[in-house]
Design a protein around this ligand. Structure first.
Ligand code: S3P
Length: 423
């Protein structure tokens, strides 16, 4: 993909649906009774992998122009797949489904692409084994393929060693089938979409600060789910509008769940002119329109409890900080090392190729802002968020940038370039 520098971006835009919420709507819809109608579903490769997996488990899922309809079969309605479940590049699919599949009355095998086969699975396998799950896999379950033999599970109390919504959600899905209540204690709050959607579908999840208690219910009931725009996708255009002079952008209908809105806090902290308009809350997930105007940004320090609230936005924060005045320090972000790529090293090396002053640290990055970067030839490492973050950095560079292997953008934002070109 070739990116030419831009003077500004202007317009009103709708961003595709939230990836985390789209996955969960398919999963909960499949194990609920009756129909779940999903509007705003993200037709990205990751969410389509989730649909394919549930179709293999016997669930009818229709995709129409307006919506996705899941014909749920209830908590005990999944059937043994006749093939291996393939999650493609999707960490959310494999981690959440492993929880769900641990409690079924059949066995199956689940795997994914080369990147997924290198990502850590013990973080879900360990707590699920404590619940009684029978899971085997490569290096005793450290990596996938995972072999899951469904079992009767028991409720546990589990202190999460990392703030991970994927691990929390995997346990929550398993807890629906346990013989008693399950308590999960988070080190700091991570995205709570599973908790919100489970309660909307008739589940019984109670939250006391960092403690989440799940009590099994007899059934879940299919619902209408309006998926808000993905704040993680909006982040690229927010950054572009902040960075390019004389820009003004209105991004409509974006999810602003407080467990996901760290990017707004940080961009404002850097001097960003961002307003949230038309705030509303439809079925439990808060949404707003985001108005962004070009701003003079300065460096900042990011670490601690805010990290899980912006974990997927650190690549775009790093790219933006390269143009902010002064120093930006990102710390406590070691989780970035186990994402689709090691995002600390991949972002550091590619932004360095563009002339940025950025250093990799044990748990983050240190960036000295500059007024301009040089267009260059850079790599995506097949990581969608790396590709899109570099594309935004390239808009303000002083000549064109070529991003190799940019097709991975389809994972979460298939129309990224057409939206960018329309603004
Ligand atoms: C996700 C949780 C996060 C995030 C991922 C989506 C989810 O991962 O990085 O893109 O939908 O639960 P972790 O839970 O591993 O931090």
């Amino acid at each position: 993909m070739v990116i030419e520098p831009r003077d500004n971006i202007k317009g009103i835009v709708n961003i595709p649906g939230d990836k985390s919420i789209s996955h969960r709507a398919i999963m909960l819809g499949s194990i609920s009774e009756g129909k779940t109608e999903i509007t705003g579903f993200l037709m990205g490769a990751d969410c389509l992998s989730t649909i394919e997996c549930f179709r293999k488990l016997g669930i009818k899922i229709e995709i129409t122009k307006e919506k996705v309809i899941v014909h749920g079969k209830g908590l005990f309605g999944l059937s043994a797949p006749s093939d291996i479940l393939d999650v493609g590049n999707s960490g959310t699919t494999i981690r959440l489904m492993t929880g769900l599949l641990s409690a079924q009355n059949f066995s199956c095998k689940i795997t994914g692409d080369a990147s997924i086969r290198k990502r850590p699975m013990l973080r879900v396998v360990n707590p699920l084994r404590q619940m009684g799950a029978n899971i085997d896999g490569k290096e005793n379950g450290k990596y996938c393929p995972l072999y899951i033999k469904g079992n009767q599970l028991k409720g546990i109390t589990y202190k999460l060693p990392v703030a991970s919504a994927q691990v929390k959600s995997s346990i929550l899905l398993a807890s629906l089938y346990a013989d008693g209540k399950t308590t999960i204690i988070e080190p700091t709050a991570s995205r709570n979409h599973t908790e919100i959607m489970l309660n909307y579908f008739g589940g019984n999840i109670i939250k006391n600060n960092l403690e989440i208690i799940s009590t099994p219910v007899e059934k879940l009931i299919g619902q209408k789910v309006e998926v808000p725009g993905d704040i993680s996708s909006a982040a690229y255009f927010i950054a572009a509008a902040l960075l390019l002079p004389n820009s003004e952008l209105l991004i409509k209908n974006v999810g602003i769940n407080p467990t996901r809105d760290g990017i707004i806090t940080v961009f404002k902290q850097m001097g960003g002119n961002i307003e949230l308009l038309n705030k509303k809350n439809t079925w439990g997930e808060p949404v707003a329109d985001i108005l962004v105007r070009s701003s003079k940004l300065h460096g900042t320090e990011i670490g601690g409890n805010i990290i899980p609230k912006l974990i997927d936005e650190i690549p775009i924060i790093a790219a933006t900080a390269c143009y902010a005045e002064g120093k930006t320090i990102i710390k406590n972000a070691e989780e970035l090392k186990v994402k689709e790529s090691n995002r600390i090293s991949t972002m550091t090396s590619e932004l360095q190729k563009m002339g940025a002053s950025i250093k990799e640290t044990e748990d983050g990055m240190i960036i000295e802002g500059k007024s301009s970067l040089n267009g260059s030839i850079v790599e995506s490492y097949n990581d969608h968020r790396v590709a899109m973050s570099l594309a935004i950095a390239a808009l303000k560079a002083n000549n064109k940038t070529i991003i190799n292997n940019s097709e991975c953008i389809n994972i979460s934002f298939p129309n990224f370039f057409s939206i960018l070109n329309s603004l």
